[in-house]
Design a protein around this ligand. Structure first.
Ligand SMILES: NC(=O)c1ccc[n+]([C@@H]2O[C@H](COP(=O)([O-])OP(=O)(O)OC[C@H]3O[C@@H](n4cnc5c(N)ncnc54)[C@H](O)[C@@H]3O)[C@@H](O)[C@H]2O)c1
Length: 352
Protein backbone atom coordinates (compact mmCIF):
# COMPACT_ATOMS: atom_id res chain seq x y z
CA UNK A 1 0.00 0.00 0.00
CA UNK A 2 1.21 3.51 -0.85
CA UNK A 3 2.26 5.42 2.24
CA UNK A 4 0.38 8.57 3.22
CA UNK A 5 2.52 11.68 2.81
CA UNK A 6 2.34 13.77 5.97
CA UNK A 7 3.08 17.46 6.52
CA UNK A 8 3.66 18.89 9.99
CA UNK A 9 2.90 22.58 10.53
CA UNK A 10 4.53 23.91 13.71
CA UNK A 11 7.53 21.74 14.62
CA UNK A 12 7.86 22.65 18.32
CA UNK A 13 7.18 20.63 21.45
CA UNK A 14 4.01 18.69 20.76
CA UNK A 15 4.95 18.10 17.12
CA UNK A 16 7.59 15.69 18.47
CA UNK A 17 4.76 13.44 19.70
CA UNK A 18 3.05 13.57 16.29
CA UNK A 19 6.33 12.92 14.46
CA UNK A 20 7.10 9.98 16.78
CA UNK A 21 3.64 8.59 16.09
CA UNK A 22 3.93 8.83 12.30
CA UNK A 23 7.43 7.36 12.35
CA UNK A 24 6.12 4.26 14.06
CA UNK A 25 3.08 3.93 11.80
CA UNK A 26 4.03 1.82 8.76
CA UNK A 27 1.39 3.51 6.58
CA UNK A 28 2.87 7.02 6.73
CA UNK A 29 5.96 8.94 5.70
CA UNK A 30 6.81 12.41 6.98
CA UNK A 31 7.11 14.46 3.83
CA UNK A 32 7.33 18.16 4.72
CA UNK A 33 7.76 20.51 7.68
CA UNK A 34 6.54 24.07 8.06
CA UNK A 35 7.37 26.55 10.84
CA UNK A 36 7.60 30.33 10.95
CA UNK A 37 10.71 29.92 13.13
CA UNK A 38 13.33 29.25 10.45
CA UNK A 39 16.05 28.19 12.85
CA UNK A 40 13.81 25.61 14.48
CA UNK A 41 12.53 24.49 11.09
CA UNK A 42 16.05 23.77 9.86
CA UNK A 43 17.18 22.00 13.01
CA UNK A 44 14.01 19.87 13.05
CA UNK A 45 14.47 19.06 9.37
CA UNK A 46 18.04 17.92 10.05
CA UNK A 47 17.00 15.97 13.16
CA UNK A 48 14.21 14.04 11.44
CA UNK A 49 15.70 13.83 7.94
CA UNK A 50 12.98 15.94 6.32
CA UNK A 51 14.15 17.98 3.35
CA UNK A 52 11.01 19.83 2.23
CA UNK A 53 11.03 22.80 4.62
CA UNK A 54 8.73 25.84 4.49
CA UNK A 55 8.19 28.94 6.57
CA UNK A 56 4.74 29.55 5.04
CA UNK A 57 2.01 26.92 4.91
CA UNK A 58 0.76 28.20 1.55
CA UNK A 59 4.19 27.60 0.02
CA UNK A 60 4.15 24.06 1.41
CA UNK A 61 0.69 23.41 -0.04
CA UNK A 62 1.66 24.86 -3.43
CA UNK A 63 4.95 22.95 -3.69
CA UNK A 64 3.65 19.63 -2.33
CA UNK A 65 0.30 18.86 -4.00
CA UNK A 66 1.01 15.18 -3.32
CA UNK A 67 0.62 15.65 0.48
CA UNK A 68 -2.23 13.53 1.85
CA UNK A 69 -2.55 14.79 5.40
CA UNK A 70 -1.30 17.41 7.80
CA UNK A 71 -0.84 17.72 11.57
CA UNK A 72 -1.41 21.28 12.77
CA UNK A 73 0.80 21.78 15.87
CA UNK A 74 1.13 25.57 15.91
CA UNK A 75 0.24 28.10 18.57
CA UNK A 76 -3.52 28.24 19.01
CA UNK A 77 -3.84 31.47 17.01
CA UNK A 78 -2.71 29.73 13.83
CA UNK A 79 -4.94 26.63 14.14
CA UNK A 80 -7.84 28.08 12.14
CA UNK A 81 -6.00 29.82 9.27
CA UNK A 82 -3.58 26.92 8.77
CA UNK A 83 -6.29 24.25 9.00
CA UNK A 84 -8.61 26.07 6.58
CA UNK A 85 -5.76 26.56 4.08
CA UNK A 86 -4.89 22.85 4.25
CA UNK A 87 -8.51 21.70 3.90
CA UNK A 88 -9.09 24.05 0.97
CA UNK A 89 -6.00 22.54 -0.69
CA UNK A 90 -7.64 19.11 -0.31
CA UNK A 91 -5.58 17.82 2.63
CA UNK A 92 -6.87 15.91 5.64
CA UNK A 93 -6.07 17.62 8.93
CA UNK A 94 -5.37 16.55 12.50
CA UNK A 95 -5.48 19.80 14.48
CA UNK A 96 -4.14 20.08 18.02
CA UNK A 97 -6.39 21.20 20.88
CA UNK A 98 -7.93 23.68 21.49
CA UNK A 99 -9.57 23.63 18.05
CA UNK A 100 -9.33 27.41 17.62
CA UNK A 101 -9.40 30.78 19.37
CA UNK A 102 -13.12 31.47 18.80
CA UNK A 103 -16.35 29.64 18.01
CA UNK A 104 -16.58 31.44 14.64
CA UNK A 105 -13.14 30.12 13.69
CA UNK A 106 -14.05 26.59 14.77
CA UNK A 107 -17.25 26.72 12.70
CA UNK A 108 -15.30 27.98 9.69
CA UNK A 109 -12.88 25.05 10.04
CA UNK A 110 -15.76 22.56 10.24
CA UNK A 111 -17.38 24.11 7.17
CA UNK A 112 -14.10 23.95 5.24
CA UNK A 113 -13.86 20.24 6.06
CA UNK A 114 -17.44 19.60 4.92
CA UNK A 115 -16.91 21.49 1.67
CA UNK A 116 -13.63 19.74 0.89
CA UNK A 117 -14.90 16.28 1.83
CA UNK A 118 -11.68 15.80 3.83
CA UNK A 119 -11.31 14.70 7.44
CA UNK A 120 -10.79 17.25 10.19
CA UNK A 121 -9.89 15.47 13.42
CA UNK A 122 -9.27 17.39 16.66
CA UNK A 123 -6.44 16.24 18.94
CA UNK A 124 -8.46 15.38 22.03
CA UNK A 125 -5.70 12.97 22.98
CA UNK A 126 -7.25 11.88 26.28
CA UNK A 127 -9.99 10.13 24.34
CA UNK A 128 -7.32 7.60 23.35
CA UNK A 129 -6.16 6.53 26.79
CA UNK A 130 -6.54 3.06 28.29
CA UNK A 131 -8.46 4.70 31.16
CA UNK A 132 -11.03 5.97 28.64
CA UNK A 133 -11.23 2.50 27.09
CA UNK A 134 -12.03 0.95 30.49
CA UNK A 135 -14.58 3.63 31.37
CA UNK A 136 -16.31 3.13 28.02
CA UNK A 137 -16.47 -0.63 28.64
CA UNK A 138 -18.09 -0.05 32.06
CA UNK A 139 -20.43 2.53 30.54
CA UNK A 140 -21.51 0.27 27.69
CA UNK A 141 -22.35 -2.42 30.24
CA UNK A 142 -24.63 0.04 32.06
CA UNK A 143 -22.43 0.44 35.16
CA UNK A 144 -23.08 4.17 35.59
CA UNK A 145 -26.77 4.38 34.75
CA UNK A 146 -27.46 8.00 33.84
CA UNK A 147 -24.41 10.25 34.37
CA UNK A 148 -25.88 13.50 35.65
CA UNK A 149 -22.93 15.27 37.29
CA UNK A 150 -19.21 15.53 36.68
CA UNK A 151 -16.34 17.31 38.38
CA UNK A 152 -13.18 17.92 36.38
CA UNK A 153 -10.14 19.61 37.91
CA UNK A 154 -6.74 20.33 36.39
CA UNK A 155 -4.88 22.41 38.94
CA UNK A 156 -1.23 23.43 38.98
CA UNK A 157 0.27 25.16 41.99
CA UNK A 158 3.15 26.72 40.07
CA UNK A 159 2.65 25.62 36.47
CA UNK A 160 2.61 28.67 34.28
CA UNK A 161 4.36 27.45 31.10
CA UNK A 162 5.43 30.93 29.98
CA UNK A 163 6.03 31.89 26.35
CA UNK A 164 3.10 32.00 23.96
CA UNK A 165 0.90 29.98 26.37
CA UNK A 166 0.53 33.15 28.48
CA UNK A 167 0.10 35.58 25.60
CA UNK A 168 -3.63 36.10 25.10
CA UNK A 169 -3.16 37.05 21.44
CA UNK A 170 -1.50 33.72 20.61
CA UNK A 171 -3.17 31.40 23.13
CA UNK A 172 -6.71 32.80 23.43
CA UNK A 173 -6.69 32.29 27.20
CA UNK A 174 -4.83 30.60 30.04
CA UNK A 175 -5.47 27.37 31.96
CA UNK A 176 -9.17 27.21 31.02
CA UNK A 177 -8.47 26.97 27.27
CA UNK A 178 -5.18 25.08 27.62
CA UNK A 179 -5.86 22.56 30.40
CA UNK A 180 -9.63 22.82 30.77
CA UNK A 181 -10.08 21.74 27.16
CA UNK A 182 -8.71 18.25 27.99
CA UNK A 183 -10.80 17.53 31.04
CA UNK A 184 -14.01 19.17 29.81
CA UNK A 185 -13.80 17.10 26.66
CA UNK A 186 -13.01 13.93 28.63
CA UNK A 187 -16.02 14.36 30.91
CA UNK A 188 -18.41 15.38 28.12
CA UNK A 189 -17.26 12.48 25.94
CA UNK A 190 -17.99 9.94 28.68
CA UNK A 191 -21.35 11.63 29.26
CA UNK A 192 -22.20 10.88 25.61
CA UNK A 193 -21.41 14.33 24.14
CA UNK A 194 -24.53 16.18 25.35
CA UNK A 195 -25.07 19.66 23.90
CA UNK A 196 -23.92 22.46 26.23
CA UNK A 197 -26.69 25.00 26.86
CA UNK A 198 -25.19 27.42 29.38
CA UNK A 199 -22.07 28.25 31.33
CA UNK A 200 -21.40 30.30 34.43
CA UNK A 201 -17.75 31.00 35.20
CA UNK A 202 -15.23 33.06 37.10
CA UNK A 203 -11.55 33.66 36.46
CA UNK A 204 -8.76 35.14 38.55
CA UNK A 205 -5.56 37.00 37.89
CA UNK A 206 -3.97 37.55 41.26
CA UNK A 207 -0.57 35.83 41.40
CA UNK A 208 2.77 36.69 39.84
CA UNK A 209 5.10 33.76 40.25
CA UNK A 210 7.70 34.82 37.71
CA UNK A 211 10.28 35.58 40.41
CA UNK A 212 9.32 32.77 42.80
CA UNK A 213 12.27 30.96 44.36
CA UNK A 214 11.40 27.29 44.21
CA UNK A 215 12.80 23.93 43.34
CA UNK A 216 9.34 22.53 42.76
CA UNK A 217 8.24 24.57 39.77
CA UNK A 218 6.71 23.42 36.57
CA UNK A 219 9.18 22.73 33.76
CA UNK A 220 8.68 25.62 31.42
CA UNK A 221 9.21 24.88 27.77
CA UNK A 222 8.17 28.05 26.05
CA UNK A 223 10.11 30.80 27.80
CA UNK A 224 10.78 33.81 25.63
CA UNK A 225 13.12 36.75 26.12
CA UNK A 226 10.18 39.15 26.51
CA UNK A 227 7.60 37.38 28.61
CA UNK A 228 3.96 38.41 28.30
CA UNK A 229 1.50 37.12 30.87
CA UNK A 230 -1.98 38.48 30.28
CA UNK A 231 -3.98 35.26 30.75
CA UNK A 232 -5.87 34.16 33.87
CA UNK A 233 -4.09 32.29 36.72
CA UNK A 234 -7.13 30.19 37.48
CA UNK A 235 -10.71 29.70 36.32
CA UNK A 236 -13.79 27.78 37.35
CA UNK A 237 -16.95 27.04 35.37
CA UNK A 238 -20.30 25.34 35.74
CA UNK A 239 -21.63 23.95 32.45
CA UNK A 240 -25.20 22.80 31.90
CA UNK A 241 -26.11 20.34 29.14
CA UNK A 242 -29.37 19.80 27.27
CA UNK A 243 -29.97 16.45 29.02
CA UNK A 244 -29.90 18.15 32.44
CA UNK A 245 -26.38 17.00 33.28
CA UNK A 246 -23.94 19.47 34.84
CA UNK A 247 -20.15 19.70 34.72
CA UNK A 248 -18.19 21.62 37.32
CA UNK A 249 -14.59 22.38 36.37
CA UNK A 250 -11.56 24.09 37.92
CA UNK A 251 -8.25 24.89 36.25
CA UNK A 252 -5.10 26.77 37.22
CA UNK A 253 -1.55 27.61 36.22
CA UNK A 254 -0.91 29.25 39.60
CA UNK A 255 -2.89 28.67 42.77
CA UNK A 256 -2.08 28.33 46.47
CA UNK A 257 -3.00 24.68 46.85
CA UNK A 258 -0.87 21.96 48.48
CA UNK A 259 0.10 20.18 45.26
CA UNK A 260 -0.83 19.83 41.59
CA UNK A 261 -4.03 17.86 41.15
CA UNK A 262 -5.77 16.43 38.10
CA UNK A 263 -8.95 14.51 38.76
CA UNK A 264 -12.09 13.82 36.80
CA UNK A 265 -15.08 12.35 38.60
CA UNK A 266 -18.27 11.21 36.90
CA UNK A 267 -21.39 10.51 38.92
CA UNK A 268 -24.24 8.34 37.65
CA UNK A 269 -27.51 7.01 39.05
CA UNK A 270 -25.99 3.53 39.45
CA UNK A 271 -22.27 4.14 39.79
CA UNK A 272 -19.44 6.61 39.51
CA UNK A 273 -15.78 6.75 38.63
CA UNK A 274 -12.79 8.79 39.72
CA UNK A 275 -10.01 9.23 37.16
CA UNK A 276 -6.57 10.16 38.45
CA UNK A 277 -3.40 8.19 37.74
CA UNK A 278 -5.62 5.17 38.15
CA UNK A 279 -9.35 4.45 38.07
CA UNK A 280 -11.72 3.81 40.95
CA UNK A 281 -15.28 2.79 40.31
CA UNK A 282 -17.99 3.21 42.96
CA UNK A 283 -21.37 1.53 43.08
CA UNK A 284 -23.68 -0.58 45.19
CA UNK A 285 -24.35 -4.30 45.06
CA UNK A 286 -26.68 -6.57 47.02
CA UNK A 287 -27.39 -3.81 49.54
CA UNK A 288 -23.72 -2.83 50.08
CA UNK A 289 -21.55 0.02 48.90
CA UNK A 290 -18.81 -1.34 46.63
CA UNK A 291 -15.53 0.02 45.32
CA UNK A 292 -13.93 -1.51 42.24
CA UNK A 293 -10.35 -1.18 41.08
CA UNK A 294 -8.96 -2.83 37.98
CA UNK A 295 -6.31 -5.53 38.08
CA UNK A 296 -4.99 -3.87 34.97
CA UNK A 297 -2.65 -0.93 34.47
CA UNK A 298 -4.44 1.88 32.65
CA UNK A 299 -1.55 4.34 32.80
CA UNK A 300 0.11 5.20 29.50
CA UNK A 301 3.28 7.07 28.63
CA UNK A 302 2.55 10.45 27.00
CA UNK A 303 4.03 9.28 23.68
CA UNK A 304 1.88 6.10 23.69
CA UNK A 305 -1.24 8.23 24.05
CA UNK A 306 -0.23 10.15 20.94
CA UNK A 307 0.69 6.93 19.15
CA UNK A 308 -2.87 5.72 19.62
CA UNK A 309 -4.26 9.08 18.45
CA UNK A 310 -2.06 9.11 15.32
CA UNK A 311 -2.80 5.44 14.56
CA UNK A 312 -6.52 6.22 14.78
CA UNK A 313 -6.16 9.22 12.44
CA UNK A 314 -4.29 7.05 9.93
CA UNK A 315 -6.90 4.29 10.24
CA UNK A 316 -9.65 6.85 9.54
CA UNK A 317 -7.83 7.81 6.33
CA UNK A 318 -6.79 4.36 5.16
CA UNK A 319 -9.71 2.20 6.37
CA UNK A 320 -12.49 4.79 6.46
CA UNK A 321 -13.40 4.01 10.08
CA UNK A 322 -15.52 6.67 11.86
CA UNK A 323 -13.46 9.40 13.52
CA UNK A 324 -13.58 9.31 17.34
CA UNK A 325 -12.63 12.96 17.64
CA UNK A 326 -14.47 14.90 14.92
CA UNK A 327 -14.66 18.64 14.23
CA UNK A 328 -18.23 18.92 15.53
CA UNK A 329 -17.02 18.03 19.04
CA UNK A 330 -14.28 20.64 18.76
CA UNK A 331 -16.91 23.28 17.97
CA UNK A 332 -19.02 22.35 21.02
CA UNK A 333 -15.97 22.47 23.30
CA UNK A 334 -15.06 25.90 21.87
CA UNK A 335 -18.59 27.10 22.74
CA UNK A 336 -18.03 26.02 26.35
CA UNK A 337 -14.57 27.60 26.57
CA UNK A 338 -15.54 30.92 24.99
CA UNK A 339 -18.78 30.98 26.96
CA UNK A 340 -16.74 30.51 30.15
CA UNK A 341 -14.50 33.46 29.30
CA UNK A 342 -17.51 35.61 28.44
CA UNK A 343 -19.25 34.68 31.68
CA UNK A 344 -16.10 35.36 33.72
CA UNK A 345 -15.77 38.78 32.09
CA UNK A 346 -19.41 39.80 32.52
CA UNK A 347 -20.26 38.03 35.77
CA UNK A 348 -23.37 36.57 34.14
CA UNK A 349 -24.45 33.15 32.98
CA UNK A 350 -23.96 32.78 29.23
CA UNK A 351 -26.52 30.90 27.15
CA UNK A 352 -24.81 28.94 24.40
N1 LIG B 1 -2.45 17.43 23.28
C1 LIG B 1 -1.66 17.86 24.25
O1 LIG B 1 -1.56 17.26 25.32
C2 LIG B 1 -0.85 19.11 24.00
C3 LIG B 1 0.27 19.38 24.79
C4 LIG B 1 1.01 20.54 24.50
C5 LIG B 1 0.60 21.40 23.50
N2 LIG B 1 -0.53 21.11 22.78
C6 LIG B 1 -1.00 22.03 21.73
O2 LIG B 1 -0.10 21.96 20.64
C7 LIG B 1 0.06 23.23 20.05
C8 LIG B 1 1.54 23.61 20.02
O3 LIG B 1 2.03 23.63 21.34
P1 LIG B 1 3.60 23.42 21.62
O4 LIG B 1 3.75 23.17 23.06
O5 LIG B 1 4.13 22.43 20.65
O6 LIG B 1 4.17 24.88 21.26
P2 LIG B 1 5.61 25.23 20.69
O7 LIG B 1 5.78 26.69 20.87
O8 LIG B 1 6.64 24.30 21.25
O9 LIG B 1 5.50 24.88 19.12
C9 LIG B 1 4.64 25.59 18.28
C10 LIG B 1 5.38 25.88 16.97
O10 LIG B 1 4.43 26.47 16.04
C11 LIG B 1 5.15 27.43 15.28
N3 LIG B 1 4.19 28.31 14.63
C12 LIG B 1 3.43 29.28 15.18
N4 LIG B 1 2.64 29.84 14.26
C13 LIG B 1 2.89 29.20 13.09
C14 LIG B 1 2.37 29.32 11.77
N5 LIG B 1 1.44 30.22 11.45
N6 LIG B 1 2.86 28.50 10.80
C15 LIG B 1 3.83 27.61 11.10
N7 LIG B 1 4.36 27.44 12.34
C16 LIG B 1 3.88 28.23 13.33
C17 LIG B 1 6.07 28.10 16.30
O11 LIG B 1 7.13 28.78 15.68
C18 LIG B 1 6.53 26.89 17.12
O12 LIG B 1 7.71 26.33 16.63
C19 LIG B 1 -0.82 24.19 20.85
O13 LIG B 1 -2.04 24.37 20.21
C20 LIG B 1 -1.01 23.47 22.18
O14 LIG B 1 -2.24 23.80 22.79
C21 LIG B 1 -1.23 19.99 22.99
Amino acid sequence: MKKLKIGIVGVGGIAQCHIGGYKKNPLTEIYAFCDINEERLKSQGALHGVERLYTDVNDMLRDCPELDAVSVCTWNVAHAPVTVACLKAGKNVLCEKPMAMTVAEAEEMKKAAEESGKLLMIGFVRRFGKDMEAIEAFKNDGYFGEIYYAKADYLRRNGNPGGWFCDLKRAGGGPMIDLGVHIIDFARYVMGNPKPVSVYAASFKKLDRSSLRTTAGYVSYGRESKEINDVEDAATALVRFDNGAVLNTETSYSLNLPEDRTEIALYGTKGGVSVKDDLKFYSTASGYMTDTTLKFDVSLAFQDLFQREIDHYVACLTEGIPCRSPAEDGVEIMKILRGAYESAATGHEVLL
